[in-house]
Design a binder for this molecule. Structure first.
Ligand SMILES: Cc1cc2nc3c(=O)[nH]c(=O)nc-3n(C[C@H](O)[C@H](O)[C@H](O)COP(=O)(O)OP(=O)(O)OC[C@H]3O[C@@H](n4cnc5c(N)ncnc54)[C@H](O)[C@@H]3O)c2cc1C
Length: 709
């Protein structure tokens, strides 16, 4: 039982809320650790008040050091105890022979056992010694929080302090360690990565493996609210930040890390000069009012709410360049958004400036060789209608034509025409990119070829797309359509092998979907010409006018619904693997309660011989051969239904694991749960190249962060 001092009152009252109970009740959250060897006492007092105001349940006092503990730390804690009501938790390595150092004024002590230490005292001896020392204190003993602690990456300081080698991040040793922690009498697992980030796969392995009452702490290198949220999303209970607050502007950093909208972080009041500076080069008003910023705080998935400080609407390349130069000069992060029809953290800014492309005129310029130059800020329907009026058409259109051309080209863009022409990215012959320093650069296979390779289909991480030159085809008003029904997904996939038999796709359009308990495949030929012989039997045929724009009408009936979370993802595999994948979906996913409860839908597309196309390395069919098949699994869950969201995310994780095991790839437009190891194994040298280019083009790390960064 600990005693709580009432503010401004010398009386004390007993309370029955131990620190561990509060940590369990208030998770997930952020904790701060002040280092008494580095942080002056007055500043520690200020910090204890600031974190108390933010609702933190405790303040950690700790260090990797424990030298001269009694002389240096004991008076510090005693003084701090006098000046704050917040529970204080000691957080030091054990001292051989003594255990975790204890002192009056501390409410609790994190006692670190380091199961993989090369020094036996730190494996279990420290814990035994601490229990003995605490017991001897009788009623004054602090609460002991038993922690199984691991250090990741190369970390000389921790190795020296507790003999901890870098902890394994994969292989058979990982589940063995997790199981050992779960089976022992630990209150928590503490994962420290001083110079990096604990991989998601490791966090999830701990979260899955730990007993329900065991907490998961993670610490080291946390600098943004986005990181804190990502750790929480992986099941971390408490994110510990230390060095990150050892700066002059720690108050602002603390509020930013705590993600407190309405506080100065993310508040335009924190950036009045910046907003005025931005406005000087923009035609439309920047948004610094709360409703204006809230309108851009999420995307169609609605799983995250990140408030930008300033929303900067842009209508031209010059305006984009102005925003990029101004934010770089101010050292402010800047993110890029089209129409916000994406998932996960795409198109969001966490307290920085958000560039939003204003849709406007597609400004179509037709060229002799059948290509068209269009504005990347325009929506696809505007470009397609302008082209149709001039006798041309974009041969691949997606299901949703109100999204921006730049937004879709930063992921891929797939539709019925993909069977013949690949993704919309495969139609691109040239584009103009506004680089993070504001310079405009035309890119093609012969002009800045490396930027051409990575400037599209890579989540917009190298610059803002401004103008795009696309291949087009003759506009044909009519399309001949054939539909065929199949009893199962397995039967459907088993029936499409003929699509890859010839050098050129035998059909112009292909898609399939779950329909009336079975599956329906739709094949199409532009114009009213004949269908291939394979479709002359067992199909229903008809001729439709303006078929591609039908999707546009559908999309108008299907606006992004603010009352639901869309949790969508697509998976792409070569045909033989797709056959196996279809059997898996038929057996494990489509009949599952989660599919039904998440209002699941399934859509299928095909890519004819992806190996014939020039590489857009991060797109889903890159590296696949023959016929590649894309499976879209689309769920919608009522907004705020956390259990429903978790269920659907669980299904997607299961499907992603199967897809990767079969050599497939996800489509980066959707919601996915990929860790660094997945990225490395899928993208290898291309990932390294994008990261190198980012370092060259964006040395301060301010531009449009994302999965590949
Ligand atoms: C209802 C619906 C139907 C869909 N149907 C399909 C479909 O049939 N086929 C398909 O392939 N996809 C489909 N999608 C996915 C959609 O095409 C992508 O999510 C696309 O990225 C959305 O474009 P956006 O303009 O909304 O981009 P945003 O969501 O605003 O941004 C997406 C990403 O692109 C980046 N970005 C945006 N603009 C630029 C730019 N000018 N320069 C550089 N980077 C930029 C952002 O930083 C972000 O990383 C669908 C999505 C929805 C919601």
């Amino acid at each position: 039982m600990r005693e709580v001092r009432l503010p401004g009152n010398l009386s004390t009252v007993p309370t029955a809320v131990p620190v561990l109970t509060a940590l369990r009740a208030q998770a997930p959250g952020l904790l701060h650790v002040v280092d008494p060897y580095k942080v002056p006492l007055a500043e520690a007092v200020e910090k204890s008040r600031a974190v108390a105001d933010l609702g933190h349940p405790a303040l950690l006092v700790g260090s990797t050091d424990n030298a001269a503990f009694d002389r240096q730390v004991v008076p510090y804690v005693a003084e701090l105890r006098e000046r704050t009501d917040l529970p204080l938790v000691l957080h030091f390595p054990s001292i051989p022979g003594r255990g975790a150092p204890l002192c009056p004024g501390a409410d609790a002590v994190l006692v670190h056992a380091v199961p993989n230490s090369v020094r036996s005292f730190f494996v279990s001896g420290g814990l035994t010694a601490t229990v003995r020392a605490a017991t001897a204190l009788g009623q004054d003993r602090p609460e002991l929080l038993r922690s199984a602690s691991f250090a990741f990456g190369s970390d000389g300081k921790t190795h020296e302090a507790v003999g901890a080698p870098p902890t394994v991040q994969d292989g058979a040793e990982l589940p063995r360690l997790v199981a050992a922690v779960a089976a022992a009498d630990f209150d928590l697992a503490y994962l420290l990565y001083r110079h990096g980030r604990v991989p998601e796969a490791v966090l999830r392995a701990y979260r899955r493996g730990l007993a329900p009452q065991q907490l998961l702490f993670v610490g080291g290198g946390v600098t943004s609210y986005r990181q804190v949220r990502e750790y929480h999303d992986c099941g971390v209970d408490w994110v510990v930040v230390g060095n990150g607050l050892e700066t002059a502007d720690w108050r602002e950093t603390l509020r930013r890390l705590s993600g407190r909208p309405g506080d100065r972080a993310g508040d335009p009041a924190a950036h009045p000069t910046l907003a005025a500076e931005l406005q000087r080069g923009l035609r439309r008003p920047v948004r610094t009012d709360l409703p204006g910023r809230q309108a851009y705080a999420t995307n169609v998935g609605r799983l995250h709410e990140l408030l930008p400080a300033v929303v900067a609407p842009v209508t031209s390349a010059e305006e984009v360049a102005h925003v990029l130069r101004t934010t770089r000069a101010a050292g402010t992060p800047v993110a890029v958004r089209g129409s916000g029809h994406s998932f996960g953290l795409q198109g969001l800014s966490d307290g920085g400036v958000l560039i939003v492309g204003e849709p406007g005129d597609p400004a179509v310029r037709l060229r002799d060789e059948g290509t068209a130059e269009v504005s990347a800020r325009a929506p696809w329907y505007a470009a397609e209608m302008a082209l149709n009026a001039r006798g041309r058409s974009i041969p691949v259109l997606t299901n949703h034509l109100t999204v921006s051309i730049g937004g879709t080209l930063s992921v891929g863009g797939y539709g019925e025409g993909t069977i013949r022409y690949g993704g919309q990215v495969d139609l691109v012959e040239r584009f103009r990119l506004i680089l993070p320093d504001g310079q405009a650069r035309w890119c093609s296979p012969v002009e800045s070829p490396e930027l051409f390779r990575y400037g599209i289909g890579a989540l917009g991480q190298l610059g803002v797309l401004d103008r795009v030159v696309l291949r087009t085809v003759d506009y044909q008003r009519h399309t001949t359509i054939a539909t065929r029904r199949h009893p199962s997904l397995t039967a459907l996939v088993g029936s499409i092998g003929w699509l890859a038999e010839e050098q050129r796709s035998p059909v112009d359009l292909f898609s399939a979907q779950h329909y009336e308990g079975g599956f329906i495949a739709t094949y199409g030929m532009r114009g009213d010409g004949p269908l291939p012989p394979q479709l002359r039997r067992q199909t229903e045929t008809r001729v439709e006018a303006d078929w591609p724009l039908r999707s546009m009408r559908e999309s108008r009936r299907n606006p992004a619904d603010p009352s639901v979370h869309f949790i969508w993802a697509d998976y792409c595999l070569s045909l033989p693997a797709a056959a196996e994948f279809a059997r898996f979906l038929d057996a494990e996913i489509l009949p599952s309660p989660g599919y039904r409860e998440g209002a699941g839908r399934l859509l299928m597309l095909g890519v004819h011989r992806p190996e014939q196309r020039p590489g857009v390395p991060f797109t889903p069919a890159a590296g696949l051969r023959g016929l590649a098949v894309g499976f879209g699994l689309y769920f919608s869950v009522p907004r705020g239904d956390g259990a429903g969201v978790a269920r659907v995310q669980g299904l997607h994780r299961q499907v992603l694991a199967e897809c990767l095991a079969l050599g497939g790839r996800p489509y980066l437009a959707g919601w996915y749960d990929l860790d660094e190891a997945d990225l490395q194994s899928m993208y290898g040298a291309d990932l390294a190249a994008v990261r190198r280019l980012r370092r060259e083009l964006d040395p301060y790390g301010l531009f449009n962060p994302g999965l590949l960064a």
